[in-house]
Write a protein that binds this ligand. Structure first.
Ligand code: FES
Ligand SMILES: [Fe+2]
Length: 440
């Protein structure tokens, strides 16, 4: 049996979650609205599985750090002086204040603002104010910051887990790795590597799984994003963008196991640049690039601009869009979620290419992502206030999806719920198992 199938279903554990995600594609409203379930997710999914922490390009130099949240836990991810990447719970071992309140920076040590204890960026307690009060037997080592037991980087993407027994990272990635590799290789970043910059951040009043569902929901595009589609056609003419207007297309969705999902539009994407939306400065940047490096090379670079034709979700919280853009889903409460967008810039590429990458990153999120956020808030509200109707339907495509017998990957039409359904099977698996989370 393939690893995908092995990890896709709990196999009739008889847990209460079997009653919330049904084999006929129905998902219970409480999965999105129950604070108790949300609390359990923060332990079993955001603690017990691998989660995306950050891109190495966000902390490129020794002693760089960034603060994030991991299933709500305040966390500091540091690159130590010897280059190791470490994830520390941002919780003082004295009386639980965060030891670092900045978003990021460069520091060898963190001084707790409450009573001045000082920790190294590896998490060791190095100094206690007025130590006489604790006597000579005070155990400094027992007061180190809590450190994630597992942190691994895959080609710049850093993942961590609070479950010391979590499966090997590559096993967890499974077939999703192929598309992530495709996306990273496409940039041909060269010796200069990439730099990561922060794009926009959106907060919506809804459960984090709405965003996770939405990113491989190819059904909503012609309806919810109608205004964006019409604007594109009016400003750009026909035939430039993908055929999101009907169900008859070569685009697909796939369930890749371990909750990972792919909306794959590449079959219809002849040119990322030619089929990209109009953005401010598009033609001016392209003209100046052609003038600088010639037509052939300029067009190679321009293909690294615009959407690359993938929506790859590494479950639960990383969304890779290709051509350098990715996003992180950050649950705040059962009905509140942050989505942070990032762009990678290619350090060795001409300035115009990176400028265009930034403009494209701003583009859809300032237009289309607002549609998504708005409808996700509406859905959350209606789910919350209408207890008489309990179920959501994610059954679309069950009648036509196909399983690859070798890999277990399930493929269907891009408008189908196949990938979403797979993620809920994995959700059920993660929520049904007993898991131990701890720090070292
Ligand atoms: S809470 Fe950090 S030093 Fe007291
Ligand atoms: Fe959307």
């Amino acid at each position: 049996m393939s690893s995908v199938l092995k990890f896709s279903a709990p196999g009739g554990s008889g847990s209460r979650y079997d009653k919330l995600v049904l084999p006929n594609g129905m998902v219970h409203r409480s999965v999105y609205t129950d604070p108790q379930i949300f609390e359990e997710e923060m332990t079993k999914i955001f603690g017990g599985s691998w989660v995306f922490l950050l891109h190495e390009g966000e902390i490129p130099k020794p002693n760089d750090y960034k603060t994030i949240t991991v299933g709500r836990r305040p966390t500091i991810v540091t690159r130590t002086a010897d280059g190791e990447i470490v994830a520390l719970l941002n919780r003082c071992t004295h009386r639980a204040s965060p030891v670092c309140i900045d978003e990021g920076g460069n520091a060898r040590r963190f001084t707790c603002p409450y009573h001045g204890w000082i920790f190294s960026n590896k998490g060791e307690l190095v100094s206690v104010a007025f130590p006489e009060g604790y006597g000579p037997d005070f155990d400094m080592k027992a007061h180190n910051l809590g450190r994630f037991p597992r942190v691994e980087s895959y080609r710049g993407f850093v993942f961590g887990s609070l479950n010391p027994d979590v499966e090997p990272l590559l096993e967890w990635m499974g077939p999703a790795r192929e598309t992530l590799d495709w996306s990273i290789d496409r940039d041909k970043a060269g010796p200069g590597g990439v730099k990561v910059i922060k794009g926009i951040q959106m907060t919506y009043k809804g459960n984090w799984k709405h965003q996770n569902d939405n990113n491989t929901d190819g059904y909503h595009t012609p309806f919810l994003h109608k205004a964006t589609n019409v604007m594109n056609r009016l400003r750009h003419g026909p035939g430039k963008w993908l055929s999101h207007v009907n169900d008859n297309t070569e685009m697909i969705c796939q369930y890749l196991g371990h909750g990972h999902k792919l909306g794959d539009h590449r079959a219809e994407l002849r040119s990322a640049w030619q089929q990209s939306r109009p953005i401010p400065g598009r033609e001016a940047f392209a003209d100046s690039l052609i003038e600088q490096i010639g037509e052939a090379m300029a067009h190679e670079y321009l293909e690294l601009v615009g959407r690359a034709g993938i929506n790859l979700i590494l479950y639960p919280n990383l969304f890779v869009m290709g051509n350098g853009t990715f996003a992180v889903f950050e649950p705040v409460a059962v009905d509140l979620t942050n989505v942070r967008y990032y762009t990678t810039l290619i350090n060795d590429a001409p300035e115009q290419v990176n400028q265009l990458r930034i403009r494209f990153d701003e583009d859809f999120h300032n237009v289309g992502s607002r549609d998504d956020s708005e409808v996700m808030e509406l859905v959350q509200h209606v789910l919350t206030v209408v207890p008489e109707m309990e179920w959501l339907d994610v059954s679309r495509g069950m009648v036509r999806q196909k399983v690859d017998p070798k890999t277990g990957v399930i493929t269907s039409n891009k408008t189908d719920d196949t990938a979403i359904r797979g993620a809920y099977e994995h959700w059920k698996y993660l929520m049904s198992r007993d898991v131990r989370t701890s720090v070292v």
